[in-house]
Design a protein around this ligand. Sequence first.
Ligand SMILES: [Mg+2]
Length: 360
Amino acid sequence: MKIKSAHLYRQVQPFSDGPYICRGQAEEGFDSCIVALEAEDGTVGWGEAAPLGAFYAEAFPEAMRAGIERLLPVTIGLSATAPARLADALNHAMLGQPSVKSAIDMAAWDLAARIMGCPLSDLLGGADGTSVPLYRSIGQTDPDAMARKAQDYVKRGYRRLQVKVGADPLEDVARMQAVRAAVPDDVPLYADANGGWLLEDALRFVDRTRDLDYWLEQPCMGYADNRTIARRCAKPMVLDEGLVTLEDLLHAHQDGVISGATLKIARIGGIGPTRLIRDVAVSLGLKVTIEDTGGSTINTAATAHMMLSTPTAQRAHTVDFMNWVTVQNATGMPETADGKLFGPSGSGLGICVDPDIFTD
Ligand SMILES: [Mg+2]
């Protein structure tokens, strides 16, 4: 069976908790790209990718849309049940640009699984259990406000928190101290700088937070700086922005820099390439987080399938973007509860999308 048509839709997705502040930049929501691939029998596969503005990843909405529009004709006539071969065709047609390919790749995997009549997680190795722990991210603001937000998220059932740092290191120390004091000791905290510190900022932060219990995530953007910090700091370190290719993961592991890997589907280029890095990370004994740069229900369903097919013992946590934004783009995703994300039942992503909701 072949792919007979391909469409791109747009959905603007405002954040429900107000502007999201990261690396000193504020965004009001995601500007999402949604791809539909239709097979000859009428089955439709769905994919979604959304950058966070233009500053967060090497992607921005206007370029993502232009790139997808350019690539969609490449998919017509390809097998509807061979997502890796479709990825080959995309890579042949366009060098690099993983974020452009991500929603198309996701739709191809959803389409294949729907036609085969199995959940996407089955194609990725099979689900291990039924739920995945969620974290919630606390944007950078003054320490007291961050502490209050942390308490609110814990009250709402989230048991893992990410504290955004990466600004003035002494102010960041106050942020970590305030949040650590505001939530129970058994709530893991990740100090996530999103690569925002210079090396000396990161060294000052870790020297002044030796007594706090937390994980350190992507302190600096450059790999050599992060390696220096890992050698000076006893905290477990996770890389996120620095992991784009399998080679990045292997270097960081061989150098003893990381105990965990955060894999964002759109940064890596879709379900297929993320699965490759995930499987190697699992075999290396690393803890794995699979999430994305943005999106709503379709994207959250894909995240759920990728995390559920990662062995339970090696899952860190993930995000429920569908609950970060005020608009949904599918039905069929179970409600989150007790800080956990549950996978939908049914074939493919297990969700139902009505394209009439998209106005663009
Ligand atoms: Mg991160």
